[in-house]
Design a protein. Sequence first.
Length: 317
Amino acid sequence: MKEYGGYIELDTYRLPMLHEGAVALNCGRNALAYLIKAKGIKKIKVPYFMCDTVFEVCKKYGAEMSFYHIDESFMPDNIDLADDEWLYIMNYYGQLDPQYIKELKNKYVRIIVDNAQAYFEMPLSGVDTLYTCRKFFGVADGAFLYTDSKLDEELPLDESFERMHFLLGRFERTASEFYSENVANNDLFETEPIKKMSKLTDNLLHAIDYSFVKERRTENFSLYHEKLGKINRLKLREVKGAFAYPLLIENGAEIRKKLQQQKIYIPTLWPNVVEEMQENSLEYGLAKDILPLPVDQRYGEEDVIYVVEEIKKCTKI
């Protein structure tokens, strides 16, 4: 029975939401799980330079993995795809041009594009593409999947209200106070089944000014590139609505530690790569020394300049 009166809950937001027409799920890993089940994927070729959550999903849902290397431009290197194998493409930092992805689609046909780091890059027609919300916005979960295949089963609806504490706390206090809760929230999805996106996350995503977010992230990326492009070992293309500015410099891992002392928290995105790959491999060097500098909508020109100056102090340039 519907309730009337009483106290007012969180308002219902009605702004247009990006990826409105996609399959809305509870997390990125389950977007891949959904695809594996819906398309009956038995074999998948994945990059060595990859978060181990992708490997875990493949194992859990019975997709046999083989691996490939990437080159210095984050592009697949020397791909040999079997007849019944799917190619998993990670759009690292949004650096893969849509035309290049189209060429991969024409060549290999069976490809999956992971746009977890390219939220504002719209999918190509006929290309299975997934997105993760938590990397771009203050939500506890959520993912979108574009696919022409649908699971023939009724998915349960996720609930997010018990996961919001660390986000609400971070809004009014410091990140360090709630970091352990953030980690626990990430770990939660290791065992979560495939679910529909929660009503709460869906609602919050309808409250976002996507034009502002995209513009602010684009401006911050461009300013970093203007100030640090000459020392960056990566040859980058400009990204609209960027995830982060990837700065590859010598001794990046040591500089990361120094920046942390100044409360500039730069993650190692794929620590599993550092642990598992040989030290002389390209993937090891990228995972260890890339500094994904924050470009998100919380920051403006003054913040970017501050981070740049602290990096210059650490590198003595």
